[in-house]
Design a binder for this molecule. Structure first.
Ligand code: ZN
Length: 140
């Protein structure tokens, strides 16, 4: 894995949290993106070379809604950048980690993503993300 790509933080109210993180970091978010398939609305902030993703649930069945119900607001996942997500999935499976989706899926921020079950990673949901090949005209 190359580096921590971003930290994901689950929030109840994205607009309120955007205002809060703007105060905290001194700069507003640089994008908002909804990932309908995951039932989330996300915003991204930069802090120097680092990124923070805020996640709000858009439906009751969203994994974020379930997380908030169980644990409340807070750090939801740690995302690592990888060069070859399929190779990393195979490697980590071989090491005994539980991969939640063995087929990488499209996440926010033009990334292909896969998640490791927190049960196998000391309680921390781990996201692997690889820059998606450019897919112009694929925004529908
Ligand atoms: Zn993320």
């Amino acid at each position: 894995m190359e580096k921590i790509e971003h930290l994901g933080i689950a929030v109840k109210d994205l607009d309120a949290s955007n205002a809060l993180f703007k105060k905290l970091l001194g700069e507003p978010h640089y994008k908002i993106e909804e990932v309908a398939s995951e039932g989330v609305r996300t915003s991204f902030f930069k802090s120097g070379p680092n990124k923070i993703e805020l996640l709000e649930a858009t439906s009751e069945n969203s994994p974020i809604a379930k997380f908030l119900e169980k644990k409340g607001e807070g750090i939801h996942h740690v995302a690592f950048a990888v060069d070859d997500i399929k190779a990393e999935i195979a490697r980590l499976k071989g090491e005994g980690f539980t991969v939640l989706n063995e087929q990488p899926k499209k996440g926010a921020d033009n990334k292909l993503v896969a998640f490791l079950h927190p049960r196998t990673t000391n309680g921390v949901l781990i996201e692997l993300c690889q820059e998606a090949p450019s897919t112009k005209g694929d925004s529908a």
